[in-house]
Design a protein around this ligand. Structure first.
Ligand code: 13P
Ligand code: SF4
Length: 378
């Protein structure tokens, strides 16, 4: 008989030993050095058969083993351009691994080393809720409407957009994709990040009073029919549990401490924070801006802690600090660890694919339409 073992720190996942699958428990007591050495050894044994993609928010001891690091957009591109790898190990979160599965070839398998590495924002938009919202808008007389979903959404939401001439965007390309979308239809419905949607919409002259926030728990999303008919941009009421915590007072506090400091934030931050900042942009933009900044410049960065700490280490000639000193990392990104990375790799060496992420064919077909539309518009 088989059983499943769950550990609070390094989630579950394997059925005990059917045909020799290695157990995650055996990896939890290894030293940092043993883990690093064995990861490199397994990578060497697997050669080009495996590629490890790592998001910038991953911890240093995972990033150290990635073949490619990037933001959501760059990693989606990478997933499409590695046809020789039989397996893609995604050091990131669930929606990224799903996108990699959709974009990679049919012969390729995608592994997420910890199945509990999800994204609270992506979980805020369920397919049935989005379908219901779409119907309620149609019943309110809204017809010329295009759906855009942020990359941080389930494959089912991406498929919903693909079926309705919609598109996916990331924080790197939200502006050109809004530009394209507004040429297709009069109104946009953006899921699931209210803040990225608002921060992008204002760049196109859409007034705050022309945006309606859609709360899926309420009839008509919490709006009146008049508000719905006035709006040009509907914003799903979702947010990032990391970026949503930065507040305007954090900008004021940092500036009071360091009068010459510049504030640089991710567009998943609230509008009130973005308007107070000096600069805002995607993860790649943040990295490039700090790298190219003058020696001696001072920066408070409003994004994920692991990335900010890495930027501080990589730029010792500049002062780089987190915008809010008391905020923590993305807990789900942090679930990917050297332990479960090694466990995935050594199982591959032994011929076992663990924690495979597989999107069903029908969902993948339509999600690919929306993802390819994004990639083609670049
Ligand atoms: P990007 O990688 O697009 O900057 O998104 C940030 C993020 O929160 C990923 O989960
Ligand atoms: Fe999701 Fe925010 Fe974590 Fe990104 S940083 S994975 S958006 S919770």
């Amino acid at each position: 008989m088989s059983s499943t073992i769950a550990s609070p720190a390094l989630t579950p996942q394997v059925t005990l030993n059917p045909g020799g699958v290695k157990k995650i428990q055996d990896y939890l007591t290894l030293s940092e050095q043993q883990l690093a050495d064995r990861i490199e050894q397994a990578r060497h044994q697997l050669g080009d058969r495996v590629v490890i993609l790592g998001h910038h928010y991953q911890r240093d001891d995972v990033v150290a083993h990635a073949d490619f690091t990037g933001d959501s957009f760059k990693l989606a591109q990478q997933a499409k351009t590695r046809p020789n790898a039989e397996t893609i190990i995604f050091a990131g979160v669930h929606f990224m691994a799903e996108s990699a599965d959709i974009l990679s070839g049919a012969h390729q398998k995608v592994i997420l080393p910890d199945l509990a590495a999800g994204c609270s924002m992506a979980d805020m938009a369920g397919l049935e809720q989005v379908e219901s919202a779409w119907e309620q808008l149609a019943d309110s007389g809204i017809t010329s409407l295009l759906p855009i979903t942020y990359m941080n959404s389930s494959a089912a939401i991406k498929a919903f957009c693909g079926q309705r001439d919609g598109v996916v965007c990331t924080s790197s390309n939200a502006v050109p994709l809004f530009d394209w979308a507004l040429k297709q239809q009069e109104r946009l419905f953006f899921f699931p990040d209210e803040h990225l949607g608002r921060n992008t919409g204002v760049k196109f002259g859409i007034g705050l009073d022309e945006m309606a926030v859609w709360d899926p728990r309420l009839p008509l999303g919490g709006n009146t029919v008049e508000q719905i008919q006035k709006a040009r941009l509907y914003l799903w009421k979702g947010f990032c549990s990391v970026h949503g915590r930065f507040l305007p007072r954090h900008v004021d506090d940092r500036r009071a401490e360091h009068p010459d400091l510049k504030v640089l934030v991710h567009p998943e931050c609230r509008y009130e924070v973005v308007v107070k900042s000096d600069l805002h942009g995607s993860t790649e933009y943040i990295i490039k801006t700090i790298k190219e900044a003058p020696v001696g410049s001072e920066w408070a960065v409003g994004t994920e802690l692991n990335l900010v700490n890495r930027l501080a280490k990589q730029n010792p000639d500049k002062f780089v600090t987190l915008l809010a000193p008391d905020l923590c990392m993305c807990a789900t990104m942090f679930r990917i660890s050297p332990e479960n990375l090694l466990w995935s790799l050594e199982n591959l060496v032994a011929g076992h694919v663990v924690n495979q992420i597989k999107v069903d064919d029908e969902t993948a077909k339509w999600a690919l339409v929306a993802l390819d539309r994004m990639l083609d518009l670049q």
